[in-house]
Design a protein around this ligand. Sequence first.
Ligand code: PLP
Length: 379
Amino acid sequence: MFEQVVKFIKDLYGNPESVSLHEPRFIGNEKRYVAGCIDSTFVSSVGEYVNRFESMVADYVGVKYAVATVNGTSALHAALIVAGIGRDEEVLTQALTFVATSNAIVYAGGRPVFIDSDRDTLGMGPEKLAEFLRTCTVQKDDGCYNKKSGCKIRACVPVHIFGHPAKIDLIRDICDRHRIVLIEDAAESLGSFYKGRHTGTFGSLGVLSFNGNKIITTGGGGMIITDDKDLARRAKHITTTSRLPHKWIFVHDEVGYNYRMPNINAALGCAQMEQLPVFLESKRTIAKHYRNFFEKHDIPFFVEPANARSNYWLNAIILKDKAERDAFLEYANTNGVMTRPIWALMNSLEMYKGCQNVSLDNAVWLEERVVNIPSSARV
Ligand SMILES: *Cc1c(COP(=O)(O)O)cnc(C)c1O
């Protein structure tokens, strides 16, 4: 069985010696724009490509404002700061996510609280969120408080895992009812829509990543997207060292961050944005091939959830149990097909062991079974 899977994946990618999990593709204007950037000498944090890249992404996802940063983690950090996370305030997020989500919460002075995922989306479960808020919190005049810790719960950061949208409208309604700010970690979901609307645009702020393994890349890069003018202005301000605008005088009005995306990265980003429709189409075709194959072999393949159009950034299968998962990982990785398990749950990591979590049944179930399989665009 494993043998057939490995053979299918190798065939799908034209039988190379080995197939990696996810590689970037540079098939458009990448070299031209980057060379132009070098010729102009504007390779750093000032230059036309940064603004252009921000407008391209803002137009594509359908928001008014976009602020480009050095990576997705810094975008999350800055988004949490402008959302007003105070020291020792709590932020609800998922146990099943990449570590950057929790790290950014801690950078901003907050404390993560881990909520369970849904099996059909891999994202935060709205019922699980509602249940936690019903049983573990109280509403006071100035917001939502955790009964156990006494801390204020300021924000909620759900994640659109592997590009598959979470049930974000339900999550938003629950957050609104409890006066909790919604920030979407859409790092993996550029090109994914829920009920016709782009992921990352449901809450107050959304965050994208353009790391080398994401659907498009700027080398390293991230972006904050929002429709709120004040949040956008403040995000731009603190990510550019909080410097007051002046041609030659350097005055800064608060502790800021050197998080601005350099122009040379944005040049790459502009060229990659032009290719996004091509990448999305290719990924949809790859997912269709996988779906047909795995259906025949009775292995659950992760498809886009109801009401969603996924970018199929990283494909995943669900194996029977941990033993089968480990055997498959061993076989595939030693036979030239790179595969990997989903991340270890955040509450199992040394630095997050002390964080509150409630009934992570689905997250535990998924962690033991979900495996990512090669997903690079075939272009
Ligand atoms: C990639 C990723 C990030 C962080 O982005 P970087 O650009 O790598 O800093 C955050 N959250 C999730 C879910 C990611 O996959």
